[in-house]
Design a protein around this ligand. Structure first.
Ligand code: PEP
Ligand code: MG
Length: 744
């Protein structure tokens, strides 16, 4: 009996020992052919066109790219039938298709199994032998099972991977949109991760060197901050502050000292300490905080480079007016500071994600960024690079034709951006004069400036859990007051909707983990948690009221309400907090209160809650999650998690109609508000208050200006009668194209 699990574990382990996707597929086919003792094992990937591209083969002599046209040959048959095919002699099968130059005719037996991911065939696994005997049932079952496991690995390979082509297009994660063309500047400095085991000669010398190193790097950071941040927003400065905070963190310091005291050399002690510190972040559920583990490595690299005195190199030495694309395996905010801001046109990093600080800075600087791009080192001699931040593509030395296409896209985009900038102070209004209030979603002080830059009319959702998550303990009342005051200071005269702590589920506090819940999304979270920990709620409400004072336009939102008792209890706590402040002589107002409509139970209950609330904020992320019973964070269900599902639209219509009967203002603050197709539906439903990420505001304003009630209502009527999300999406896309066409 074939022990598939053991074998699979062994293959997976062998694959994990190599890092590049090209080597991974090569190891995979080599291991499978060795285990099954067959002459040939090949892996094909199905392209969008349906063609099947040979990714790797053990046994076939492919010296040039091999592509089998869609539906052709035995491989095409396996893909189109979605069914394994086991033949004693494939050469005799009517579907056999001869591919020149791979000497396949030497192999008679054929067994192929489809690679299926999320219901789609993404490739085919084939084994072939030279004897005219079909594979045994057991072998066929093994190949089929293996194929379904391999599908998971193949699905994650970069889409341009074709080991037989020297492709000059690399793909990564979209981190900041836009297009740039420039000269590549490779910034690959020695990495701390690569430091091996080293002992020191003198513990006391090494400790002295560590303290001096920290001081040097702190000074460097300050210098870089000045250099980069001079004419820029406060958020760039805050990134450097975040680095400084990590550098002065006691956990890092203690771990380095512990390492040195156990006689490790400084570099080695530093690697261990940084790895430990970074693991702490890695274990967090919150994706934003997980991404902070990268910052820890950035700071570690910076220390290491200063220690080895490598930080001064490389210097960006291109001439003054050359546009530069900064490229590196692990670009940090400090690396960005190495390039003159006026020349920096794009950032490409081998690691990182949309949530990396590097990506956040790229967004703030308004330059495209693509992260997590593998294979960059192959292009270190390239002379020109195109970065398509919207598609997550990086093209090295593109040919004339491709370059011309991108040049024209770039000039169109620059013209568009100029037009969008003009919209900053123009209120969002439809063609027929319906005004829409555009607010910003925030939670970090670093979002404040961009919100204002993009013309936000207030903060529509301040997610207070983010500062709680980013802290080492519950922030004190004074700390919270200071933070919230800053928000009111920037948004003076504008509404600020602050949500009380919404932790639990995917937002865990590192210092107060909520463990042992089988269904955390339905667990102890939001208002349920804060009512049970009322001391936190009192402290937070006091901080909010104090920060708003008499002038601030504070409106408090209560998250995850499902029951009227939660609201009545909330009011008691708010009254207490207000009363205490009055008695203490603090000048403040009792704020209006609203609820997030995100638990479906809220929809039918709003009529009972109306006397306790002043407004409603629709959290379409959670509302969709609970209505569709699809975890919003489950990567396997990303396709299905779509807020334009007919059931979600129908429930939103119910919320809006209930609120209009009860005279309750409504805002939408989930992701839905910033996506063009759903924006049209929300507009048609009569929603005139939206809260979105800052950078989305100009484009949404532009779209609103092209809408009118008639067109939007027709689409809504269609959506309310549509039986599937796909139909709504298709009609929405058609409508968007029509609107664009009419304007052009
Ligand atoms: C929502 O659920 O739509 C929402 C805005 O809140 P969060 O994404 O923070 O859960
Ligand atoms: Mg929510």
């Amino acid at each position: 009996m074939i022990d598939i699990i053991n074998e699979l574990t062994r293959i997976t382990q062998a694959v994990s020992l190599v890092s590049s996707p090209k080597e991974q597929v090569e190891v995979m086919v080599a291991e499978i052919s060795r285990y099954l003792n067959v002459s040939v094992c090949s892996l094909y990937r199905q392209e969008r066109s349906g063609d099947l591209l040979l990714l790797a083969s053990q046994g076939l002599s492919a010296t040039r790219p091999v592509k089998i046209p869609a539906g052709c040959g035995l491989v095409g048959l396996v893909a189109s039938s979605r069914h394994p095919l086991n033949l004693a002699n494939g050469l005799l099968h009517p579907a056999y298709f001869h591919v020149a130059d791979i000497e396949e005719e030497r192999f008679t037996s054929f067994c192929g199994a489809p690679l299926v991911s999320a219901g789609e065939v993404i490739g085919v696994l084939v084994v072939q032998g030279s004897q005219e005997v079909a594979f045994s049932t057991q072998q066929e079952a093994f190949i089929t099972t293996l194929a379904s496991h391999i599908a998971l690995i193949v699905q994650q390979l970069p889409s341009e991977l074709n080991p037989l082509f020297a492709s000059s297009v690399l793909k990564g994660l979209v981190a900041s949109e836009g297009i740039a063309i420039g000269s590549p500047f490779f910034c690959n400095l020695p990495e701390l991760k690569e430091v091996g085991h080293q002992l020191c000669e003198s513990v006391s010398d090494e400790l002295t060197a560590w303290l001096a190193l920290k001081e040097t790097v702190l000074a460097d950071l300050e210098y870089e901050k000045q250099n980069l941040g001079l004419n820029l927003s406060g958020e760039i400065t805050s990134m450097f502050e975040a680095y400084k905070l990590l550098l002065t963190d006691s956990t890092l310091h203690e771990k380095v000292v512990e390492g040195i005291e156990s006689e490790l050399a400084l570099a080695c002690a530093l690697r261990k300490a940084v790895a430990h510190f970074s693991d702490l972040f890695q274990q967090m559920d919150d994706p934003y905080l997980r991404a902070r583990s990268e910052d820890v490595w950035h700071v570690g690299n910076k220390l290491y480079q200063a220690h080895t005195q490598a930080s001064a190199e490389p210097v960006c030495s291109v001439s003054e007016d050359t546009p530069i694309v900064l490229i590196g395996d692990n670009i940090s905010v400090s690396d960005i500071a190495k390039v003159p801001v006026s020349q920096l046109k794009a950032i490409v990093s081998g690691t990182g994600s949309r949530l990396s600080h590097t990506a956040i800075v790229a967004n703030a600087l308004g330059v495209p960024a693509v992260m997590n791009v593998s294979g960059l080192s192959r292009f270190s001699r390239a002379e020109q690079v195109v970065v398509d931040g919207s598609e997550g593509k990086v093209l090295f030395d593109p040919d004339e034709h491709v370059l011309r296409v991108y040049e024209s896209l770039l000039s169109k985009r620059l013209a568009d951006e100029k037009e969008l900038r003009c919209l900053r102070d123009v209120p969002a209004a439809s063609k027929d004069g319906e005004r829409v209030q555009m607010l910003v979603n925030s939670g970090l002080l670093s979002d404040i400036t961009p919100g204002l830059t993009y013309g936000a009319e207030g903060v529509g959702l301040f997610r207070t859990e983010i500062p709680f998550i980013a802290s080492e303990t519950f922030p004190t009342e004074d700390e919270q007051t200071e933070l919230y005051s800053n928000v009111f200071k920037h948004y003076s005269g504008k509404p600020v909707y602050m949500r009380t702590l919404d932790i639990g589920s995917d937002k865990q506090l590192p210092y107060f983990p909520i463990l042992g819940e089988e269904n955390p999304a339905m667990g102890w979270r939001g208002i349920r948690f804060t009512i049970d920990n009322v001391q936190l709620l009192v402290m937070q409400l006091r901080a909010m009221l104090k920060a708003a004072g008499e002038e601030g336009d504070l409106r408090v939102i209560v998250p995850m309400v499902s029951n009227i008792s939660e609201l009545t209890r909330f009011h008691q706590v708010l009254n207490d907090a207000y009363q205490q402040l009055q008695e203490e002589g603090v000048v403040c107002k009792r704020s209006p209160v609203g609820v997030m409509v995100e638990v479906p139970a809220a929809i039918s209950q709003l009529k009972f809650w109306a006397r306790y609330i002043d407004f409603v904020s629709i959290g379409s992320n959670d509302l969709s999650q609970y209505l569709l019973a699809i975890d919003r964070n489950n990567p396997k269900l990303t396709q299905q998690f779509d807020h334009v599902h007919p059931a979600v639209i129908a429930e939103l219509a119910r919320v809006v109609s209930t609120c209009s009967q009860l005279d309750l203002p409504v805002c939408v603050c989930g992701e839905m508000a910033s996506e063009p197709v759903s924006l049209i539906l929300l507009f048609a439903l009569g929603i005139r208050k939206l809260s979105v990420s800052s950078s989305k505001i100009p484009r949404l304003k532009s779209l609103i200006s092209k809408l009118d009630r008639q067109v939007a209502s027709e689409f809504l009527a269609f959506a309310l009668e549509a039986e599937s999300t796909e139909l709504i999406r298709a009609e929405g896309q058609r409508l968007l194209a029509e609107i664009k066409h009419k304007v052009a």
